[in-house]
Design a protein around this ligand. Structure first.
Ligand code: PRP
Ligand code: URA
Length: 212
């Protein structure tokens, strides 16, 4: 994968329509989960745009056709817990053969620093193209910690897929991991005094799972 560092805002009308419904305070957990999965699937289509293919011949009922199939490095998807799980099903619908890693981290409510509590990655992560998923990129601390960890385990080809980002989070990931391209559906205005994205969509994990 070679899209280079930088921010890619996926402004497809369907992504923007579904994101607007996702943000709506009236959207309950059931619809929130469905929308997040649908958005993740649509975004994964763009994130995987540059994966390698090779030519093959295929016999149709009529004649031989020249086609292409995916080749090259295999994929791994790493979900940042909890909220990244809300995107996982959507991404896997497009790339069902991808291996899945989990990176458990929460923000300390006082310091806002990421606290890591679980991690399990595919053993061959270094040989795979990696897509890290988390709907919210706020201070960027959680994503930067996940990227650090994956690199320490040998990951080299990594993309970050988020739904909503704050400029502060983008700046943090750019600073710590300048080569990692960031794909988002929206870059919002700022963080508030509790480091929530404004306007954002609130607490993604709580809205997914109804925990508040
Ligand atoms: C949320 C979100 C990100 C993180 C973003 O997780 O899902 O992982 O905050 O914030 P940051 O960019 O400032 O690190 P949270 O800590 O609320 O945990 P949860 O997903 O388990 O609810
Ligand atoms: N985590 C969230 O879920 N939402 C935010 O706005 C910031 C961090």
């Amino acid at each position: 994968m070679s899209q280079g560092g930088g921010v890619h805002v996926i402004d497809h009308p369907l992504v923007q329509h579904k994101l607007t419904k996702l943000r709506d305070i009236r959207t309950g957990p059931k619809d929130f989960r469905e929308l997040m999965e649908e958005i993740a699937m649509l975004m994964a289509y763009e994130v995987t745009r540059d994966i390698a293919t090779e030519p093959v011949e295929v016999q149709t009922p009529v004649a031989v056709a020249q086609g292409r199939v995916v080749s090259g490095k295999k994929l791994a998807v790493v979900a940042i817990l909890r909220a990244g799980l809300g995107m996982l099903g959507g991404v896997l619908r497009l790339v069902p053969a991808a291996k899945v890693g989990h990176f458990g981290v929460y923000r300390d409510p006082e310091t806002l620093n990421p606290v890591q509590y679980y991690c399990k990655l595919p053993q061959d992560i270094g040989e795979r193209d990696v897509i890290v998923i988390d709907p919210m990129l706020a201070t960027g601390g959680s994503a930067a910690a996940a990227l650090d960890y994956i690199k320490r385990r040998g990951g080299t080809s990594i993309k970050l897929l988020a739904l909503v980002a704050a400029p502060e989070g983008i700046a943090r990931v750019h600073k710590d991991h300048p080569e990692v391209p960031i794909f988002v559906a929206a870059v919002d205005e700022r963080l508030n005094e509790h480091a929530y994205i404004v306007p954002g969509l609130g607490d993604a994990g709580d809205r997914l799972y109804g925990t508040r």
